[in-house]
Design a protein around this ligand. Structure first.
Ligand SMILES: Cc1ncc(COP(=O)(O)O)c(C=O)c1O
Ligand SMILES: [Zn+2]
Length: 371
């Protein structure tokens, strides 16, 4: 196993703690060099958590895994307007969102590499999740959140014993404040500034494929902020092809953002390969308020490679879409998932999603901390 830069393709040793590419500053991805037949289905573990997929993850002795029961979530099947829709219901994760997958892996690997102090900026859910896993792993954690964050997020982070710093109006400004205030004793767990949050999110894709009897859906609809889930799901499906468990076409990947902060949608529509920072971002879907994602180029590549699409929900349509999604599914889905639901409705209506296609909508988190 080694790290490869997602931009300049430079190789990096994976035994030391690493953040981004030392040559170009872009995200690193874990490269396992999987070959056909290298992993057998009965190598999967009977854990009920994401560690079921340990053969696809960095090697971690069972006793060293920091786990709170993340992953192993339901894929709920719905028939809607003659399409088969599958809701990947991430609301039952330990802290209520899919962030637990990424942070379980990242914090486990950080501790394994001897790190004792963690810092990250967060739009809300990642901070809560990081605080929970840092507490479980007995590591110090400092979470930087925008000062506009609803109080329940602050209370949840503090409740898990992490330090809260409120700074700026967006995650980008909170991140800038973090860089100014921390010294080298703090490990930067920011989205895509270390390679293991993607590995944890990758288990979403592995789980979806297994729940579809080791087939890929036709379309995956994903509400994107930093983009770890999107690139993670795509990486999972590619690795399943490498080991020979998946054949046939991979899904068209869809990025959904909101009209108040849509850097990926704007770049995709313009045919650009990188995103430009979004000025004055405002959206009620807090997890999607990421004006300058470091993984912008990576997301755009996944969209192009998969024949996918990017679309933005008008801000006023978010809340009604959340009500419709909750009504049809009974899942306490949050506004980010509602954005994905709205996009699916649109794509069915305009025929981009055809009758008979199988669509997975990632219901990334719940609505409990929105006030
Ligand atoms: C509920 C929810 N959905 C989606 C996202 C976007 O996730 P990512 O930044 O991995 O694209 C977030 C991020 O905060 C979130 O909390
Ligand atoms: Zn590089």
């Amino acid at each position: 196993m080694h790290f490869t830069c997602t931009s300049c393709r430079a190789d990096h040793d994976a035994t030391a703690p690493r953040t981004v590419c030392t040559r170009c500053g872009m995200p690193l991805e874990v490269d396992y060099g999987f070959a056909p037949g290298q992993i057998a289905k009965n190598d999967l573990e009977e854990t009920g958590t994401l560690w079921r997929y340990a053969p696809f993850l960095p090697t971690v002795p069972a006793a060293e895994r920091i786990t709170l029961g993340e992953g192993g979530t339901p894929l709920v099947k719905l028939t809607h307007h003659h399409r088969t829709l599958y809701l990947k219901d991430e609301t039952g994760n330990p802290t209520g969102s899919f962030k637990d997958r990424g942070l379980a892996l990242a914090i486990t690997l950080a501790r394994l590499r001897g790190i004792e102090r963690l810092a990250l900026p967060s739009a809300g859910n990642a901070g809560v999740s990081a605080a929970a896993y840092a507490q479980a792993g007995e590591l110090a954690c400092r979470v930087f959140m925008p000062s506009t964050i609803p109080q329940p997020f602050v209370d949840a982070v503090a409740g898990y014993g992490a330090e809260v710093v409120l700074a700026g109006k967006t995650i980008a400004e909170a991140g800038a404040a973090m860089i100014e205030s921390i010294d080298g004793s703090w490990f930067n767990l920011s989205t895509l500034k270390e390679p293991y949050r993607v590995e944890g999110k990758k288990t979403l894709g592995l789980e979806i494929a297994e729940q579809l009897d080791w087939t890929a859906p036709d379309v995956v609809v994903y509400p994107a902020g930093g983009g770890t889930g999107l690139v993670g799901i795509w990486k999972a499906l590619k690795e399943l092809q490498q080991v020979g468990w998946l054949s046939g076409p991979l899904p068209r990947m869809v990025v959904v953002q909101t009209a108040g902060c849509a850097p990926v949608v704007r770049a995709f529509e313009a045919g650009h390969t990188i995103t430009a920072p979004w000025a004055e971002p405002v959206t009620a879907a807090l997890g999607l308020n990421v004006p300058a994602p470091l993984g912008g180029a990576w997301m755009l590549k996944v969209l192009r490679d998969s024949g996918g699409k990017a679309l933005a929900v008008p801000e006023d349509d978010l809340e009604p879409a959340m009500t419709r999604l909750q009504d049809v599914s009974g899942i306490p889905a949050g506004p980010e998932a509602a954005a994905a639901w709205w996009a699916t409705e649109q794509l069915m209506e305009d025929g981009w999603i055809a009758p008979g296609e199988r669509v997975v909508i990632v219901v990334t988190g719940d609505d409990r901390r929105y006030v």
